[in-house]
Write a protein that binds this ligand. Structure first.
Ligand code: SAM
Length: 221
């Protein structure tokens, strides 16, 4: 890993405990199937932020098989969660897992593009989110964020995952074949955007694949 020394990461992960056996089993299944669910060290950081924030309404862009949204539901037993996924097969798997955990009443699985689905939620009067997790197509974070801010409360916490993209956001040397040129350019623009926005107070963390933690300071749009 180009971001954190592997020895450091394995030390941190030795202190990781799944919240319960069922979540541990879902993580193991996701990892075995190579589903890009949140890294253990990312989960540890999210756990801490969720404990501090105690959100009532969580918005997630990028459901995959539902691991992180099911995790949020366990970590925040009072929270209502809206999670958006554009891949139909993934949505089906997520809905199956959400139902198996008995969480259908609290996790709303939305099928479609992140921005479009957020706009639908807004039009339906569903807003007041106080925690947002952006974990979907890396070159589209800005439009996901802009849409998300329109349904957020003041002081909402916004966590953007994978902002360092295995170090590629930081330096071209980590993408020697230039295979990820567009994603790298877009992520650099996104990081500049959230760090310079007067609506946001942002901290960049080298946890996992890089996390940006932002506090929404005011009205958007
Ligand atoms: C990294 S995975 C999400 C992992 C999940 N948050 C977890 O930790 O369990 C990213 C997901 O975003 C989805 N995705 C990609 N583009 C999207 C878009 N425009 N709108 C919504 N979801 C999208 C992908 O299909 C993929 O399943």
């Amino acid at each position: 890993m180009n971001i954190t020394n592997d020895i450091v990461t394995s030390y941190i992960n030795r202190h990781y405990e799944p919240l319960n056996d069922e979540l541990g089993a879902l993580r193991a299944m996701g990892e075995a199937d190579r589903v890009p669910i949140i890294l253990k060290e990312t989960e540890q950081c999210l756990s801490f932020l969720l404990a501090l924030k105690q959100p009532g309404r969580i918005l997630e862009i990028g459901t995959a098989i539902g691991y992180s949204s099911i995790y949020f539901a366990h970590r925040c037993p009072q929270a209502e969660i809206y999670t958006i996924e554009k891949d139909e097969t993934a949505v089906q798997a997520a809905r199956h897992n959400i139902a198996a955990f008995g969480l259908e009443p609290r996790i709303h699985s939305c099928f479609g593009d992140g921005q479009e689905q957020i706009e639908k939620l807004r039009d339906a009067g569903i807003d007041g989110f106080d925690f947002v997790f952006i974990d979907a197509a890396k070159s589209h974070y800005k439009r996901f964020l802009d849409a998300a801010l329109s349904v957020c409360r003041k002081d909402a916490l916004i966590v953007s995952d994978n902002i360092l993209q295995k170090g590629m956001t930081v330096s071209d040397q980590y993408d020697p074949q230039k295979k990820h040129k567009t994603n790298i350019k877009k992520m650099r623009e996104y990081v500049d955007y959230i760090c310079s926005s007067r609506e946001l107070e942002t901290s960049l963390l080298s946890t996992g694949d890089g996390l940006a933690v932002s506090i929404f300071r005011g009205e958007h749009g």
